[in-house]
Design a protein around this ligand. Structure first.
Ligand code: GLY
Length: 360
């Protein structure tokens, strides 16, 4: 099976979603880059598992460790130095082969090396397949601020092969589901012309998702990406509509930062952020009881439970204050406003403090 989606931006590109053999993926990438020098930036785990099947040439490879803490300036410089060592010029290409961390840091290196060279995304985790490999957000983190240094820089192509998911550990698969579920809560804002009923599809298809039934997984990736493309074509640089993709992220980034990226995967943190805003929206009568229940049940069905945090609201708010999304002393939240709809709200720190006190 092979599915092609088009991202219709100024620098248009294609996304291929397939379950083909890795030899087919290798051929596709080779033919796409046949006139270019290449540097593959590869996650250590992916290199161990797939370097032989993909016939990676060690000369063209830089291996990085996995995990958010690797998305740092030191590794960014390693990529730049390796590109220089290999003699990559403006005509050449970086290839990200790994999850969201590899994709973000490679994209950022591509956007700055020689003021910008091509890069390709080959996402290997569910999270990077459904979200981070598409849309051109690239970044590295500072110790206390996730994605503080970055750019909007679109890839030349995205090659998704769902066979990588067979070796993805359960925790990372669940993290990807966090971003998938996010799309179910924003579907009606995305401006996608066909109704996808992602909320219902995920409610009914939970077992097939956990079994990783190929057609279901391909369909989910396709649905999420169609929604994302629809948003990004309208607002590439997040001046308006694209902010809805940050549902759950205000609290998520604070939780990831306060726990030094060790306790929560990104998707788990996003889901805690979604529980948080759902509960608040319901308490303010912005959403109905039945939607609140259905939403909580959907998240529970996928194994997510709302947590009571032991971190103080003051500490979390002080991290939120430094978030890119904060401005004019206010903290931005994306809040459910109706079934499958959200809206942006800018709240004072006192109001955010009250959010933490909200009971159902
Ligand atoms: N992951 C959110 C975005 O690409 O805007």
């Amino acid at each position: 099976m092979r599915q092609i989606l088009n991202v219709p931006l100024k620098n248009e590109y294609l996304i291929t979603i397939s379950d083909e053999k890795f030899s087919a993926l290798k051929e596709t990438v080779d033919s796409f880059t046949k006139t270019q020098k290449r540097l593959f930036v590869v996650s250590k785990k992916v290199y161990k598992l797939y370097s032989q099947e993909l016939e990676l040439n060690p000369q063209e490879v830089l291996i990085l460790n996995d995990g958010e803490k690797e998305k740092n300036f030191k590794n960014y410089l390693k990529i730049i130095k390796k590109a220089e060592e290999l003699g990559l010029t403006r005509k050449d290409v970086l290839i990200a082969l790994g999850g969201g961390v590899i994709g973000d840091i490679t994209g950022f290196a591509a956007s700055t090396y020689m003021r910008g060279i091509d890069y390709i995304q080959i996402p290997t985790t569910l999270l990077s397949m459904v979200d981070s490999s598409v849309g051109g957000k690239t970044a590295i983190d500072l110790k206390d601020a996730k994605n503080l240094i970055g750019s909007f820089y679109q890839p030349k192509a995205v090659f998704i092969n769902i066979n990588f998911l067979k070796t993805l550990d359960k925790k990372q698969f669940k993290s990807g589901l966090g971003e998938v579920l996010k799309y179910a809560f924003i579907e009606d804002n995305c401006g996608y012309k066909h109704s996808l009923f992602l909320f219902e599809y995920l409610t009914l298809g939970c077992e097939k998702v956990f079994e990783q039934e190929p057609l279901t997984i391909m369909r989910i990736i396709e649905y999420c990406l169609n929604l994302k493309i629809s948003v990004v074509r309208e607002d590439e640089k997040e001046s308006g509509l694209r902010k809805i993709l940050n549902l759950g992220h205000t609290l998520a980034h604070a939780l990831e930062t306060i726990t030094r990226y060790r306790k929560y995967t990104h998707g788990e943190a996003v889901i805690q952020g979604i529980f948080f805003v759902l509960r608040w929206a319901y308490s303010k009568e912005m959403i109905s009881y039945s939607y609140y229940r259905l939403s909580s049940e959907l998240l529970n069905k996928y194994g997510f439970k709302e947590e009571t945090f032991k971190y103080s609201p003051e500490d979390l708010i002080s991290i939120m204050r430094r978030d890119k999304k904060a401005a004019d002393g206010k903290i931005t939240f994306i809040i459910p406003s109706d079934k499958k709809r959200v809206q942006e709200l800018k709240l004072t720190e006192d109001e955010v403090f009250q959010m933490f006190q909200t009971k159902e």
